[in-house]
Ligand binder design. Structure first.
Ligand code: 13P
Ligand code: SF4
Length: 310
């Protein structure tokens, strides 16, 4: 297995050189996919990197909306996606047609949508955000202007709590991975590890976030755990981030928060990306992300504003 992995990583390295390609991977992908990455990051960092990369080909190891975001920002590059069927329950919880009807009910609202959306929803959006900059994006909108926030209800409620903004309408969507993390399970884990610090992603339910010492995006949780003195951390988000936490701080202990079913929070979509699929995609130079130019242009402004408010 280890040999097979080494062989696949070598083939990927060779193909990347031949194709003048770079691999961008999200922290939630598997450890072996992360090993093939030229750049590893959270949603915001990956969008920024896609835009500034001078490679001709971007292979996006992540879910579909992330590769779409890269294509919106880089229309002249080839954006390859090894696993186009890797969706996202959060993006799926917000259909563009339904979102357009919802938006029509609030014509004076500034539309902020999380980057975990389809390009069709982004085209209806004034400013996109990620969990890294959601607070800054909403704070950039004059306080008297009402905000329509979508699609993640937990992130929306978190932003409302933190900004004290009561003129926010929130779409009722959610990520099944984060919503399955159990507050009860987290409380009992904390009792077992009284010295541990707990971090949580704002896509978790409010009662889970309330148990945490720190709430923040994937990258912010990583920074927090690296900067804190504690030797144990309970991590309430997708377990892929633990790979990077352990790599950066091998002496610290990182414990995944439990789900209601007793397992760990794992995004099956992110884990659909494999080294074999990366090899095949680089060999064939497909599947490639293709977006209607009119829709792309409408979505571009919202994503560019998100990057400006980094
Ligand atoms: P971030 O990368 O913005 O933390 O998002 C988490 C997520 O769920 C990505 O799918
Ligand atoms: Fe989507 Fe949730 Fe998976 Fe992130 S963790 S890709 S929000 S389903």
């Amino acid at each position: 297995m280890a040999d097979n992995r080494t062989e696949l990583l070598e083939r990927i390295a060779k193909l990347k050189r031949q194709r003048r390609a770079v691999v961008l991977a999200h922290y939630y992908t598997s450890a072996e996919v992360q090993a093939a990455a030229d750049f590893l990051g959270d949603s915001l960092a990956l969008a920024v990197e896609a835009r500034k990369s001078d490679a001709e080909v971007l292979l996006f190891a992540g879910v579909h909306f992330m590769a779409e975001t890269a294509k919106v920002l880089c229309p002249d590059k080839r954006v390859l996606i090894p696993c186009p069927e890797a969706g996202c329950s959060l993006a799926d919880s917000c259909d563009a047609g339904e979102f357009a009807a919802f938006k029509a009910r609030y014509p004076d609202h500034t539309v902020v949508s999380y980057v975990n959306t389809t390009v069709g929803v982004k085209a209806l959006t004034d400013i996109c955000c990620t969990s890294s900059n959601a607070l800054r994006v909403v704070a950039s909108i004059p306080r008297e202007r009402p905000v329509l926030f979508g699609p993640d209800r937990n992130l929306g409620e978190y932003v409302r709590r933190m900004t004290g903004r009561d003129n926010m309408v929130i779409w009722e969507g959610g990520c099944h991975v984060h919503e399955e993390i159990s507050a009860e399970g987290l409380r009992s884990l904390r009792r077992e590890h009284p010295g541990a610090r707990t971090v949580a992603h704002p896509e978790c339910r409010a009662e889970v976030a309330a148990e945490a010492d720190f709430v923040g995006s994937t990258a912010a949780m990583l920074d927090y755990c690296m900067g804190e003195e504690a030797s144990e951390f309970i991590v309430a988000t997708e377990t892929g981030i633990l790979t990077e936490m352990r790599r950066r701080a091998p002496r610290k202990r990182f414990i995944p928060a439990p789900t209601a079913g007793g397992g760990c929070a794992e995004c099956r979509y992110m884990k659909m990306v494999t080294l074999e699929k990366i090899v095949r995609t680089l060999e064939r130079m497909e599947p490639e992300v293709v977006i209607d130019e009119e829709v792309r242009r409408r979505a571009e402004g919202a994503i560019a504003r998100m990057i400006e408010i980094r």
